[in-house]
Design a binder for this molecule. Structure first.
Ligand code: HEC
Length: 146
């Protein structure tokens, strides 16, 4: 059978593609992408909570924050997935503290939701959430922008 030149072209193309992938793709790319998207979503929800004009809006967004922070786990932060991201390796060296920071963000959001639904004033808690929830994890566990 005559060899088809297009087959060589195809094989060369496939080789080039895998070559390029091997260079740019790491084993944790998917997880890193997913958690960075999760964080972006969280940023949007936190903003929406701050901008909410009534207690129901505050409570609904606080619920969403609690739900989102439950996704900070071994799946979105698999062991050793620091390279190519701003996650510090300290996350896995001090996993209990990292997990506690995520839990803290959930608990604070739940407290906001409960208070908002009870008709209590949540202004200070909502305003402080960025510092109390986000900052207390970013400070120890997120590397500065490179
Ligand atoms: C339990 C720890 C933790 C908490 C709590 C947390 N973050 Fe993060 N956040 C991180 C880590 C770690 C990164 C870096 C992730 C990476 O680069 O892969 C990050 C990254 C981000 C990013 C950048 C995402 C991107 O585009 O790369 C944003 C935005 C963000 N966080 C917003 C927030 C906000 C807003 C809150 C609070 C409402 C919050 N985070 C709470 C750990 C946390």
């Amino acid at each position: 059978m005559r060899r088809q030149p297009w087959l060589y072209a195809l094989a060369a193309g496939a080789f080039l593609m895998t070559g390029a992938n091997a260079f740019s793709a790491g084993p944790f790319d998917k997880a890193i992408e997913a958690r960075q998207q999760l964080m972006k979503d969280i940023g949007g929800i936190n903003k929406a909570m701050r901008q909410a004009t009534d207690a129901a809006g505050v409570a609904a967004n606080a619920d969403k924050l609690a739900e989102a922070f439950a996704k900070v786990n071994e799946e979105t932060f698999p062991k050793g997935s620091a390279e190519g991201s701003r996650a510090k390796t300290d996350i896995w060296e001090k996993w209990d503290e990292f997990a506690a920071a995520a839990k803290n963000a959930v608990t604070l959001a739940q407290a906001i939701a409960t208070k908002a639904r009870a008709g209590e004033d949540t202004a200070e808690l909502v305003k402080g959430y960025g510092k109390s929830a986000c900052g207390s994890c970013h400070r120890p566990f997120r590397a500065p922008k490179s």
